[in-house]
Design a binder for this molecule. Structure first.
Ligand code: SF4
Length: 198
């Protein structure tokens, strides 16, 4: 499935300017996604990333996300914070600690973050929910979009399919991150992943 084409189909079919709750993992990944989507959606960026460890790293990535939105200075984009539910992430990934990046632990991690996004989108009457996660070439867009499709059915809120890495999306995120002097981390987020990479 080409999820980039699916995104374009959704955009081309829009008759109104919908409200989108966009989960973002970090400032750098959000750069290209926000500049691409802002002409079509009113966007609230949701920072729900209980997987990011340690807490200092979590706070640093969050502050860079907030700074980027502030510097973009686009009235169509706002920010919504969440609690740091690291214990929840740890409990959900018990037994998966030794999985490599891209394995079963990551599927659980994607679902945890997307589920919260869908839940808030439902509660706060958003038209769509989505995520920046598909920018990364290290993350499987087929898995992320399959989870989004399941949650769309479960919560009754439309999921914004995507593969933001396509059409040089990832490359553009690197260029924009440099332009805004954003901090770019050298590991995905959890300490399990980082320690295995070391
Ligand atoms: S490696 Fe990344 S996606 Fe996988 S579980 Fe850790 S933080 Fe989540």
């Amino acid at each position: 499935m080409n999820y980039h084409n699916k995104l374009l189909e959704i955009i081309n079919s829009l008759t109104i300017r919908p409200k989108l709750l966009l989960h973002s993992c970090c400032g750098p990944c959000s750069t290209t996604v926000l500049t691409f989507l802002a002409p079509y959606f009113d966007i609230v960026v949701l920072y729900y990333n209980p997987n990011i460890e340690p807490i200092e790293e979590y706070e640093h990535r969050k502050s860079e996300q907030i700074r980027f939105i502030k510097e973009l200075n686009d009235s169509r984009i706002t920010f919504l914070d969440c609690d740091y539910e690291n214990e929840k992430f740890k409990n959900k990934t018990i037994g998966l600690e030794k999985e490599k990046e891209g394995g079963a632990r990551c599927g659980v991690c994607f679902k945890l973050r997307l589920e919260k996004t869908a839940q808030i989108a439902k509660q706060q009457h958003f038209d769509y929910f989505g995520t920046t996660l598909t920018v990364s070439p290290h993350k499987n867009s087929q898995i992320i979009n399959s989870i989004g499709a399941l949650l769309e059915k479960q919560f009754g809120v439309k999921y914004l399919y995507s593969d933001f890495k396509k059409k040089d999306g990832y490359k553009k995120s690197i260029l924009l991150s440099k332009e805004y002097n954003l901090y770019r981390q050298d590991y995905c987020g959890c300490l399990f992943g980082r320690n295995l990479d070391d």
